[in-house]
Design a binder for this molecule. Sequence first.
Ligand code: NAD
Length: 468
Amino acid sequence: MYKNKICVIGTGYVGLVGGVCLADFGNRIMNVDIDEKKIKMLQDENIPIYEPGLQVLFERNVREKRIKFTTDIARAIKECEVIYISVGTPSSQNGESNLESVFQVAKNIGQIIDGYRIIVTKSTVPVGTGRKVEAIINEEINKRNKDYKIDIVSNPEFLREGKAVYDFTHPDRIVIGTDSENARKVMEEVYRPLYLNNTPFVFTNLETAEMIKYAANAFLATKISFINEMANLCEAVDADVQTVARSMGMDGRISSKFLHAGPGYGGSCFPKDTRAIVKIGEASGVDMKVIKAAIIANENQKIRMVDKIRDRLGGLRGKTISILGLTFKPETDDVREAPALSIIPRLIKSGARIRAYDPQGMKTASRILNEYEQEITYCKNEYEAVKKADALVLITEWNQFRRLDLDRVRSLLAYPVFFDLRNVYIPEEVEAVGIEYIGVGVKGKKISAEIETGKREIAATEQGVKDN
Ligand code: NAD
C-alpha cells in the first residue's frame, strides 16, 4: 500500500524542484544525490541552485519535515515504495543520451529493494529505456535469488528553469506511461492535488510517454530555428521579423510562443534532446530530417551572431566587447550550452577581449570558460561591463537589461553600437541617444558616431544592418 513516501534520486534542477513540490503536495520525500557537497548544503538549508520561488516552498517543507536530503541511497530505497529517477542524461560524444547514471541507479535499486516498488523515470530518456531499467532491476533481484515485483512508470518532466516551481505545480499535463493498473493509481495519489484540480492526465504506455518528451522538445527547438531562419531572411529582404512573428502568432494554429528570433537555443534540454532523437531515429532506421535541419540552423545562428559583430566592427582584434547575459535564459544560473558560452570563445579566438556581466550566471560560466580567464573581465554590474567597450552585446534578456539607462550606456561605450540579440529594444529609442542598433531580423539604421570625442555625428542610412 502506498504510504506517500517517495525517494527522488538525483537532486538537480528537476529532482530538487520536483522533490520540494511533491513534498508540498503532501508526500514525504527523501531527496538523494551522490554529490555530498550538494546534500550537505541542502541539509544546512541552503539551496544550491538559483530558481525563483523555490526558497519559500523549500523552507516550508523542511520545517514541516516533509522533505529530507541524503546520500544514503540504500536507506532511501528501503524506506520508500515509490522511487523517482531524476539523474542527469547528458549527451555522449556521438550525440546519444548518456544513460550511465540512470542504469547505475537501476542497479542500485535491484541490489537493495526488499519488496514491491514503483520506479518512476523522470529523467528524459530514449524510448526503450524504461524497459531496460526494468530488466536491470530484475536481473539484480534474480542474482539475489529473490522474487520481488516491480512496476515501471515513465513520467517525463516539462518544467522550464526560471519558472520551474510554477510549472511543476501548474503543469499543462501530467504524462504517465505504465502497463500497471496499480502504478497508475499510485501516481494519481502522488499528484493528488493536481488530479483533483482537473489537470489533464495522459495515461499511456512506457514507450509513448518516453517519446512525448522528445517530440515536444524537438518541436519547440524546431520552432525557434524556424523563426531564426526567418529573421535571417528578413534581414536580407528588409522585412521585420518581430512583426512577422507577432502576426504569425495571432494565428491560433501557430501560437506566439517560441517565436522569438535570437542567437539560437541553448540550455540543458533542447540541444541534447534534439541530438538524442536524431540518434534514436538512426537506431530505428528513420531519418529525422526536420530535426537535423533545426540543429544545423541553430549552430549556424550562433556563428552568424559572431560574424555580425565582426563584420560591423571591421574585425575583432584588439576590440573590447561587452556581453550582458551568460545564462541560457533569464532567471536561472544554468549556463549549460548557453549561446553566450559559444559566442564568447569565438569572439576571443578572433582577437577580442570580453567584459561580461550576468545577475546569476557568473560563477557557473567562469568555471566553464576558465581557459579564457585572461581575456574575460567579470564585472559587478551591467554598466561596469559596458565601460570603454567597442560594442554592447545583449545575449540573455534578464529584466534588468530590458531597461538600461541608454544615455549612461552611450557615455560609457567607446564605440556606440548595440547588438540586441534578443530584440528587446525599440531601435528608434536606442538610436535616439546616438547608439547604432543591430537586432536579429529587425531593421535598424546605421549611425556612425565619433569615438572618444563623444560627438554624435549621425549618418543614418535606411539600408539596415546588412549594409555595414
Ligand atoms: P542536473 O545535472 O541538474 O541534476 C542531476 C543530478 O543527478 C546531479 O545532482 C547529480 O549529482 C545526480 N546524480 C548523478 N548520478 C547519480 C546517482 N548515480 N545517484 C544519485 N544522484 C546522481 O540535471 P537536471 O537538469 O535536473 O536534469 C535531470 C533530468 O531531467 C535530465 O534527464 C534532463 O534532461 C531532464 N529534464 C531537465 C529539465 C531542466 O530544465 N533542467 C527539464 C525537464 C527534464
